[in-house]
Structure formats: structure tokens, C-alpha cells
Design a protein. Structure first.
Length: 98
């Protein structure tokens, strides 16, 4: 088995913090390095396209990228921790936009 899923979580966000769901999936190789990830803030009331994904980061399709309201842009990858921090900033900022 070359890679294994180590995180598979879905959290419900309270209405006060922006409503919706946070989805985190992470796969690692035998050495424990992150080889695949999917981070998503899902809220169908903010964005109905892209299965409700308002903002997300993943490395599917052979490159690291950010989804935002249906648009996809390539992002520089300096490490998974950095991607997680950017994702957290993005969804918190969206929740604070009231």
C-alpha cells in the first residue's frame, strides 16, 4: 500500500461562525509525508456550484490549487502546514463577512 488516508473528517460549523461544513482528507506515504489532500468549506447558501464548495485546496489533477466560488487557481506549495493555514484564513474570513 503506497499511501494511506490518515484524516477523514467533516465538521459542522455553527451559524455564528458561518454555517456549513468543513471537510478534511489527508493521505500520507510510508514515510508519513503528505502526498494527497483535500480541504473544503462547503456552504450551499453562499455558493451552489462545485457541490457547494465555497473555498478549498487540493492537489488533485497533478497540481496544487485553490477553489474559490467555482474558480480554480494554481497555488505555490511550500508545505501542507502552509496550505492548511491559508485554508483556515480563507474560511474564517468568509464566516466573518456578515
Amino acid at each position: 500500500m503506497p499511501e494511506r488516508k490518515v484524516i477523514d473528517e467533516t465538521f459542522t460549523i455553527s451559524r455564528k461562525r458561518g454555517n456549513g461544513l468543513l471537510r478534511r482528507e489527508v493521505w500520507v506515504d510510508r514515510q508519513g509525508h503528505v502526498v494527497r489532500y483535500n480541504l473544503a468549506y462547503i456552504n450551499h447558501t453562499i455558493h451552489s456550484g462545485d457541490n457547494g464548495r465555497v473555498v478549498g485546496y487540493d492537489n488533485a489533477h497533478g497540481f496544487h490549487h485553490r477553489h474559490y466560488m467555482g474558480k480554480v487557481e494554481e497555488v505555490e506549495f511550500t508545505g501542507f502546514e502552509d496550505v492548511e493555514a491559508r485554508f483556515e484564513q480563507d474560511w474564517i474570513a468568509l464566516g466573518d463577512r456578515k
